[in-house]
Design a protein around this ligand. Structure first.
Ligand code: F6R
Ligand code: MG
Ligand code: MG
Length: 381
């Protein structure tokens, strides 16, 4: 079995939170090359999405391998040292603990891993986003694997007609549920339509049980208990044959859907698909970006990448994203451009609340009783 591991972290931005200094990528390549020489890795590719360093690695040690996770952690530490020497912004930002303890999950970096037997031809796409949160993949993954208006194969290819199984995580309660589509479609949408809480973790083929897609679902703020930057998630999708074709895996990104993130992780904005060279969120620290690196796997070797959104047919999506960005920006600090209060709890809002706590005066009487009644009704959900 081959394992494809994508492990990422923001260990320092250049300039500010907008992009990555080339020395960080060089350092990461140097570290991973040593691991390849020692036989730990079969192959690797290092890239970045905005200010996030992306380690794409193949090996035979399965998911959650301590050796591979330690390698990623130590690589991020080595890159943090480079970031510190250049005084890059937020050096070591996503390394939330001092010492590695067996697995990078829950320690800051984002992880998407899948183990599978390589097919005679194995096309995969690694999607990487910046300035957004883990739930950003809910809509595009749903469309790839369950929407017949997106994915022609669901309608006309016998290989896809048995549908797909979706693993959804409740990131607040730390539990999971599986939905079998098409029959569970409506229930699936009831949950994943609320991506701040319910995130799509994985998709499996119902024809043969094989893993089709995995995503990183960690929410940095919930791990750290405070705002430390957005999750900037990754997602890996296997394509063709029993899985959706490359073209329909990319198709959902022609609609730059609204995701949370952007400036200070506190706003919503359109997810703009772009070429690797354009993944440098600048306007209002955004708008949020997604890049797609396509590979053919050959006995674990990563043949590629092809820059999947470096294609004029995504120009319209980029244009729409810019127009939506303009429109939303004009709301300034007002909702819904700024995130709803429940989400602001995971930003710097609690500090502001604390600062002003003494200045609030309570209102007595009828109005206050009405508010209490509404609050207790809300508590039921
Ligand atoms: C969003 C992000 C940026 C920063 C912003 C303020 O994920 O990383 O928008 O939140 O630039 O950064 P600090 O507080 O580090 O000055
Ligand atoms: Mg950053
Ligand atoms: Mg980032």
């Amino acid at each position: 079995m081959l394992t494809l591991s994508v492990i990422k972290a923001d260990v320092g931005g250049y300039v500010g939170h907008s992009s990555m200094h080339p020395d960080l990528e060089s350092k990461a390549r140097e570290e991973l090359a040593k691991a390849q020489q020692s036989g730990l890795l079969i192959d690797f590719h290092v890239t970045h999405a905005g200010d996030d360093l992306q380690l794409i690695m193949t090996h035979e040690l399965g998911e959650d391998s301590t050796d591979v996770h330690r390698l990623a952690w130590e690589t991020f530490e080595a890159c943090t040292a480079v970031a510190k020497s250049l005084k890059l912004y937020g050096a070591g930002q996503d390394l939330l603990v001092d010492a590695f303890s067996g697995n990078v999950k829950g320690q800051g970096p984002g992880v998407a891993e899948m183990a599978f037997t390589e097919r005679p031809s194995e096309p995969v796409i690694v999607f990487m986003a910046d300035k957004t949160a883990a739930g950003a993949w809910n809509l595009p993954i749903y469309r790839m694997f369950a929407d017949p208006f997106n994915t022609a194969g669901l309608v006309i290819a016998p290989t896809l007609q048995e549908g797909f199984r979706f693993e959804v995580h409740d990131v607040m309660e730390n539990k999971r549920i599986f939905f079998d589509c098409p029959e569970d479609t409506y229930a699936l949408l009831a949950f994943i339509g609320a991506p701040a809480r319910y995130t799509l973790r994985a998709v499996y083929s119902r024809a043969n049980g094989e893993v089709a897609a995995v995503s990183s679902t960690q929410r940095l703020a919930l791990i750290a208990g405070r705002y430390v930057g957005k999750d900037d998630p990754v997602c890996v999708v296997r394509c063709q044959g029993n899985f959706p074709a490359v073209g329909v895996v990319l198709e959902p990104f022609t609609h730059p859907h609204i995701v949370e993130g952007w400036m200070r992780g506190s706003h919503c904005g359109p997810l703009m698909p772009c070429a690797l060279r354009d993944c440098q969120p600048r306007r209002f620290d955004g708008p949020p970006r997604v890049i797609g690196a396509g590979f053919q796997l050959a006995n674990g070797k990563l043949v590629g990448p092809v820059d999947m959104f470096d294609d004029p047919s995504f120009d319209e999506a980029r244009h729409t994203a810019s127009m939506v960005a303009d429109y939303l920006r004009r709301h300034g600090p007002f909702e819904p451009h700024r995130l709803p209060l429940a989400e602001m709890e995971y930003t710097t809002m609690p500090q502001l609340m604390k600062k002003l706590a003494d200045r609030w005066e309570s209102l007595d009487g009828k109005e206050a009783r009405k508010v209490e009644a509404v609050k207790s009704r809300r508590g039921r959900y």
